[in-house]
Design a protein around this ligand. Structure first.
Ligand SMILES: Cc1ncc(COP(=O)(O)O)c(C=O)c1O
Length: 431
């Protein structure tokens, strides 16, 4: 995508010029990385029409496809006009396919907001103050979900696993037998550790031991990189966001709820504990959009919805199974290269390792604060650690979406080479 400043001539006011140069600087990553030679960071991007920029390989936001970014420069249109309503309706229908639900009682929602809004949706609509929720703790993000639930008055019990692992079925079964829980939450991929939770057997256990409990998944770091079979696995809610494996810019909260979850909403004794996040307010709007009828509760972002439309159209062009197996194949290769370097992953067991990101323990004498800027100079942006017990000891490599599905970009090889060279520059010698 051309930098916005190219569309303006010298008659633009200085403040506009300043703002535009800030925007293009941000797009090029200059604010973060101070890179002077941008051609060095863009060797692999000659096919892209985006300005040169360091390759963003954090666990979300991810690198975007050109067509998705271009979809955002849609001209302004009425958010209740037939064209936009039709686009929004198509987005909702496509989400049913992405989540693999054909149950007409399931309900997709797309709201302006980030992934965190999904937590508020669950906490303010599916739980009433004083009701019990069991949170499966696998890291920073499951702790955040627990905090959000408490804000709305839920009575939260958390089964916390050590960093790099996840709660196991026997302890979950014990907890479910000891107390009645309205909701159980699980973080499918905890982005702080790269730990993948298994959903199918977990949900089967809940159906067996406590079938009335709603199974709610935080899929912010998993939807579109890990399989989610919403109907087959009898899930009641998956909340996610636009900016990770879906491959759309940040700004949309995307979720799917089951008929059972909608019944729980409709049979509340008290009103939803939020106004903007009230699913009672949004439910008729989402139903109307899908039926291509104009409707209004609060103004959506047409440009982001266009980008999501393009991203979902691309995702659904090929069988989902192919997408998931490609993420797994590349993830396996990345993890092998990391082991060959003598490095360990935060997620200890291979069955617990996500396929859209890898959290990598640093060698003893290498600091993330030294390594990450070296990688940035090589045109690769990784993220630091955020799990509070081990934050300084590891880094995170996100490998989702375009960087995986468009191998001609060369993003993964560029990142692995930068990592090998960067570690050597930090004095690390592989064993
Ligand atoms: C698993 C998980 N849940 C929730 C969130 C919060 O999403 P957001 O930052 O978009 O609000 C994130 C963000 O990275 C996440 O990775």
């Amino acid at each position: 995508m051309a930098p916005p400043s190219r569309n303006y001539n010298s008659t633009a006011s200085p403040s506009v010029v300043d703002r535009l140069s800030l925007v293009s600087g941000h797009l090029a990553g200059r604010n973060q990385t101070n890179i002077s030679n941008l051609s060095a960071v863009n060797q692999s991007r000659t096919m892209s029409s985006q300005p040169p920029h360091p390759t963003l390989l954090i666990p979300g936001p991810i690198e975007f496809d050109d067509a998705v970014l271009k979809a955002m420069s849609h001209y302004s249109e009425s958010h209740v006009g037939p064209a936009f309503v039709s686009t929004f309706g198509d987005v909702l229908s496509m989400l049913r396919k992405l989540f693999q639900t054909s149950d007409p009682a399931s309900q997709p929602f797309v709201l302006s907001g980030s992934g965190t809004l999904g937590w508020d949706l669950v906490a303010s609509n599916l739980v009433e103050a004083g009701e019990n929720v069991l949170v499966l703790g696998s890291g920073y993000f499951s702790d955040g979900f627990a905090d959000c639930l408490k804000v709305y008055g839920a009575n939260v019990d958390e089964i916390k696993a050590a960093p790099g692992s996840r709660p196991q079925l026997p302890e979950i079964e014990k907890a479910l037998k000891e107390k009645k829980y309205k909701v159980l939450t699980v973080t499918h991929v905890d982005t702080s550790t790269g730990v993948l939770s298994e959903l199918k057997n977990l949900s089967a256990l809940v159906q067996k031991v406590s079938p009335e409990t709603l199974v709610i998944v935080d899929g912010v770091c998993s939807v579109a990189s890990e399989e989610i079979a919403f109907d087959d696995w009898k899930l009641d809610g998956v909340v996610t966001a636009s900016q990770k494996a879906i491959g759309c810019p940040a700004g949309l909260s995307v979720s799917m709820f089951s008929g059972k979850a909608i019944k729980a909403l409709e049979s509340r004794k008290t009103p939803p504990a939020s106004y903007f996040a009230s699913m009672k307010n949004w439910l008729p709007i989402m139903r109307n959009y899908e039926a291509k009828k104009p409707s209004y509760f609060a103004t959506p972002s047409p440009q982001l919805v266009h980008a999501l439309h393009e991203a979902l159209t691309q995702i659904l062009q090929k069988p989902l199974a192919e997408r998931f197996s490609k993420h797994k194949e590349v993830s396996d290769k990345i993890k092998q290269r990391i082991s060959a370097l003598g490095l360990k992953q935060v997620a200890g067991e291979s069955a617990d390792q996500a396929h859209g990101m890898t959290a990598i323990y640093l060698p003893e004498n290498v600091k993330g604060t030294d390594l990450l800027p070296i990688l940035a100079k090589k045109g690769v942006v990784f993220a630091g650690g955020i799990h509070k017990e081990i934050a300084t000891k590891y880094i995170r490599f996100g490998h989702m979406g375009a960087s995986i599905l468009q191998p001609e970009r060369g993003d993964v090889e560029k990142a692995l080479t930068a990592l090998e060279e960067g570690l050597a520059e930090c004095g690390y010698k592989k064993p």
